[in-house]
Design a protein around this ligand. Structure first.
Ligand code: OGA
Ligand code: NI
Length: 202
């Protein structure tokens, strides 16, 4: 995995974002896709919100995805392996770039046809602990016209097709947008944070 890690870091350093195909093994991606679909069918997903804490709102026209948060304790083997690779990547970032990442959080996301996520930043007004955003796409048959591309607004506007096996990695302070999706758009999205995980007691 180390060469993959370095490629992601190089792209991030030189352009503020990285686009990496096949960063994770194909077999693991397939297993994650299957787990996502089973959890969706079992009704584990809920409508995503915008904002945080008491600021949270659900406005479907702004953010239309449904999500399921990955949880180490309830994870199936593919999810455990995924979280373990993210942990290794985080350790690598901390050692090689002094990134200061102390925790991470990931969810599955599904955008049903007709939904989008308007232009936004992933850092909240009251909490900038999200440092890096990572999105893994799980859409095998994506084709032009299906929509759901990710736009990243940096020096230039970058449009990224959400195709199977692709990872997009960017600084969470960048503005970005999910264009209107005309299909069931599946991904795993998450954040590397500089805040220690909250201890759950009792
Ligand atoms: C998000 C987001 C991008 C994508 O969930 O905050 O911007 O391509 N996702 O799914
Ligand atoms: Ni976002």
């Amino acid at each position: 995995m180390i060469s993959n890690f370095e490629e992601a870091i190089n792209q991030l350093i030189f352009q503020g974002y990285g686009i990496l195909d096949n960063w994770l093994p194909e077999g693991l991606l397939s297993d994650l896709e299957n787990s996502l679909v089973s959890r969706l069918e079992a009704d584990y997903f809920h409508k995503a919100q915008i904002g945080n804490g008491s600021d949270q709102q659900r406005i479907g026209s702004v953010r239309g995805d449904e999500i399921f948060w990955l949880n180490e304790n309830l994870a199936v083997p593919a999810e455990k392996e995924f979280l373990s690779i993210i942990g290794q990547f985080t350790d690598y970032l901390n050692v090689t770039c002094f990134a200061g990442i102390k925790s991470f959080e990931f969810h599955y996301a599904v955008y049903q046809s007709g939904t989008r996520y308007a232009r936004h930043k992933d850092q909240f007004r009251s909490d900038d602990s999200r440092k890096y955003s990572m999105v893994f796409y799980l859409n095998r048959n994506w084709k032009a016209g299906d929509g759901g591309e990710l736009m990243i607004y940096t020096q230039e506007d970058v449009k990224i097709e959400p195709v199977f096996g692709r990872l997009v990695f960017f600084k969470s302070e960048l503005e970005h947008e999910v264009l209107l999706s005309n299909f069931e758009r599946k991904s795993i999205t998450g954040w590397l944070k500089d805040l220690a995980p909250v201890e759950v007691i009792g």
